[in-house]
Design a protein around this ligand. Sequence first.
Ligand SMILES: O=C(CO)COP(=O)(O)O
Length: 252
Amino acid sequence: MRKKIVAGNWKMNLLFEEALKLASDLNGWIADNLPEAEVIIAPSAIYLQTILENIDEQYLKVASQDVSAYESGAYTGDISAKQLDSIGLDFSLVGHSERREYQKEDDDLLAKKLQQLFQNQLYPIFCVGEKLEEREANQHFEVIERQILNVLKQQAPENLSKLIIAYEPVWAIGTGKTATPAQAQEVHAHIRKVIETHFGSELAISTPILYGGSVNASNAEELFSQPDIDGGLVGGASLKLEDFTQIILAAK
Ligand SMILES: O=C(CO)COP(=O)(O)O
């Protein structure tokens, strides 16, 4: 059985004290309630180390929101997978649609980022998802298939067992417009099929696929109960302890 995962992407929100308090409160709540789901938070990079020092990774895991495509050297502003590993980090988001859109990240760059993470034994949470116009043109299956194959075909197959995928339809992010459980399930099943066809059934069965896009305390349970939805990648609702903990409890 795949473990349920609930990840909170804090994006460019919260000041230092707020981030530290939310992480500590969340860690305490998990220690008290021992939810079934594995919980991961992705704070801004400047807070990662302090947060790691103030939580217990037995309860709460921490991810970077991004990683460099390069190994080391003259890449001003970048943070390498090796540097993330050196502070004890185990996870990183890659290919979030906001980075694809605003930083113009393309599949080849994302493939290099995954390679860097794998080389340093980090787990990528690799984000895919179609834009509104692609969904309206009924191209969402092929867009997602292309996003997955262009990046995963450039990886050493033995590394793919560390992969976590997040399906985040761009039109559902921050809009309050969630994919229906049936719409999300249909895409998740398709992603699993694509993995099975190209990388084998063992990987298809074991890869966690999270749903992201306006997940909240009211819709999480129905989304997470779909057979191919293994939890969520939560934006806005992960910034409020009461909402995020409700979402965590919905993953069982
Ligand atoms: O982008 C997201 C998580 O990575 C989703 O954001 P929202 O939950 O705010 O829609």
